[in-house]
Design a protein around this ligand. Structure first.
Ligand code: DGT
Ligand code: CA
Ligand code: CA
Ligand code: ZN
Length: 571
């Protein structure tokens, strides 16, 4: 589907024209087109093929022609024209709040500003404030805008950060004199987004290790490099992020790991507990007066305080210390507890791999069952299945099932919850499915709470998928009363999904924990659209552990026979 791609292009054109001082109404036309296409649920390519672009409300002749041009030739002349003489760095600056295209133009013409670094420079040296009609107050506001802009760009999705940190660790393991290494910070706690990557190292001769570290491939800037600390910016295809390294003595490695894993709030709690016991905790160790009583291992640090070594995912000061003191900490779910994956797409709708390929990949992961959940017919943008195609898919599942041993392939579907609250297949079809996963993909502003509650009441629905509909990097969730939805799910004994797709992680940690407390069972599903996506399970597990979930809270930890019994599935 090319909707987003085309929306981005129109947004770009609007930005560029605005910078160039084009007439307001021309700019607006492109902005509007971008928004309409962004929110469009139909596949724009399909509409183009059916010659229906002009039927989209708000899309006129000119825009329709440009869409068609792009879809047939892969290019849009208008874009090239608009972008001539403008770099992407410069265009990005238009996203800085309080920096309008006119001011940017001024900075460009008079002060040679071409990117963010240039802009910061002319702010710092006062030359922007000295320009005609500028002044300090205006420039202050732009500075605030830059701060926001950098923060917004700063947080990295967990999957990207994890991949990078694994590469950094592999690289660092060859550093001279290194003996131990661990990721710490929010990454070790599996937060859904990561501000920067923190790596802790034990070793002799910190200076040598830091020197080796700053030569890491991909480094675009060295922020600090000393005997015990280093800090660099690295650049990947899409992200710029900071990596910090700390080198400590082997003897205080445990205390440092405890300290740099955080969270800050958890550390504050730990320190105040230590104080009550007449002890002092620092990044170097636990001290009784001048005497160091722990610090070599993390477990030792916690033990000295009479505490268990908390799983990093629990260290958020959300009651974990109190729970530990009362001996009611959960025994957290683990990755290897997972026995199946209950949401995935295949070539039948918008997935990349066949049923057989998905099943074989799942066998490799050691799963006992998977649910094939392609989209239902109303999700036309994602190639949703009608009844005829659904039956055809089930025939194919039966065939693959005969061929493959060691995995049960469940006949399922991700059924759209329609705007009227009804499901996208009639009950007589739903009844024949092994598992019914229901979710919302359209009408985000229309009565979402009630519609999900209606779906929960349908006797054939088993799981509500990605309940809030948020996309971490680009869309807040639907306007939904999640508490009411959970109450309803509890009442009707329905399962709520933790969608492990890194941009969703929906339910999130807070709500998944709440669901558990309300007695609701959860499913952790990847929503895979290709075989590699099946590995996203680990991010779902991260959320589940942050939500204090145990094996028994999650239905897809059940071995096949128990699972089949729970859902009344034919063997
Ligand atoms: P992030 O990077 O924003 O995703 O979050 P963190 O938790 O990785 O935070 P970061 O990188 O600023 O610091 C790493 C850890 O260092 C943090 O989790 C706890 C510890 N730390 C940092 N600053 C302080 C502080 O002021 N007090 C205490 N107690 N610990 C701190
Ligand atoms: Ca960090
Ligand atoms: Ca840091
Ligand atoms: Zn979905």
């Amino acid at each position: 589907m090319k909707n987003k791609e085309i929306a981005t292009i129109f947004g770009r054109i609007a930005d560029a024209l605005e910078f160039k001082g084009e007439m307001f109404f021309r700019v607006l036309a492109y902005r509007k087109a971008a928004r309409i296409i962004e929110e469009l649920t139909d596949d724009i390519e399909l509409l183009d093929q059916q010659d229906k672009l002009r039927a989209i409300p708000g899309i006129g002749e000119g825009i329709a022609k440009k869409i068609n041009e792009y879809l047939t030739t892969g290019k849009m002349k208008k874009l090239d024209q608009a972008m001539s003489d403008i770099s992407k760095d410069l265009l990005d600056l238009l996203n800085v709040q309080n920096l309008g295209p006119k001011t940017l133009r001024l900075a460009y013409d008079k002060l040679n500003v071409r990117n963010l670094t240039d802009l910061k420079k002319v702010i710092a040296n006062g030359s922007l404030a000295n320009q005609f009609r500028m002044g300090e107050k205006k420039v202050d506001n732009i500075s605030k805008g830059i701060q926001l802009f950098e923060q917004a760009r700063a947080r990295i999705p967990i999957n990207i950060a994890l991949q990078i940190s694994e590469q950094v660790i592999t690289y660092l393991k060859k550093a001279p004199g290194l003996t131990d290494i661990n990721a710490s910070g929010s990454l070790r706690r599996m937060k859904e987004t990561i501000g920067d990557i923190d790596i802790l190292v034990a070793g002799k001769n910190g200076k040598k290790i830091v020197d080796y570290f700053v030569k890491l491939p991909g480094v675009i800037q060295i922020l600090a490099s000393g005997d015990t600390k280093g800090s660099v910016m690295i650049q990947t295809d899409e992200h710029t992020l900071q990596v910090d390294i700390r080198i400590v003595d082997k003897n205080s490695y445990g205390a440092a790991l405890q300290y740099f894993t955080g969270s800050k709030e958890h550390n504050i709690r730990i320190r105040s507990l230590a104080k009550e016991k007449g002890l002092k905790v620092s990044e170097y160790g636990v001290y009784k007066g001048r005497k160091r009583i722990a610090g070599k291992t993390e477990t030792g640090v916690y033990q000295a305080l009479g505490l268990p070594c908390f799983a990093p995912e629990l260290r958020e000061d959300r009651g974990e210390v109190q729970a530990a003191l009362e001996k009611r900490l959960p025994k957290l779910i683990n990755y290897h507890d997972i026995k199946g994956d209950l949401q995935m797409h295949t070539t039948y709708s918008d997935g990349v791999n066949t049923i057989e390929q998905m099943a074989k990949a799942a066998i490799k992961l050691g799963y006992e069952y998977i649910a094939i959940t392609d989209h239902s017919r109303t999700a036309s943008y994602a190639g949703g299945l009608n009844e005829y195609k659904l039956k055809k898919q089930w025939d194919e599942i039966s065939k693959v099932q005969l061929k493959l041993k060691g995995i049960k392939i469940l006949k399922a579907n991700e059924v759209d919850i329609l705007v009227n609250g009804k499901l996208d297949f009639p009950d007589k079809i739903l009844k024949q499915m092994d598992i019914v996963v229901a979710s919302i993909h359209q009408g985000f502003k229309q009565n979402v709470t009630q519609r999900i509650c209606d779906a929960i009441e349908n006797p054939y629905v088993n799981i509500i998928a990605h309940p809030t509909g948020r996309l971490i990097s680009r869309r807040a969730g639907y306007d939904i009363d999640l508490e009411k939805v959970l109450e309803h799910a509890a009442k009707y004994h329905k399962i709520m999904e933790i969608n492990a797709y890194p941009d969703r992680l929906d339910l999130n940690d807070i709500w998944a924990r709440k669901a558990k407390e309300m007695g609701i069972k959860l499913a952790i599903s990847t929503d895979a659209h290709e075989i590699n996506d099946l590995y996203w399970m680990r991010f779902g597990i991260g959320v589940a552990r942050r939500a204090w979930l145990e094996k028994a809270d999650v239905v897809n930890t059940l071995p096949l026979q128990k699972f089949i019994r729970l859902f009344n599935i034919e063997d």
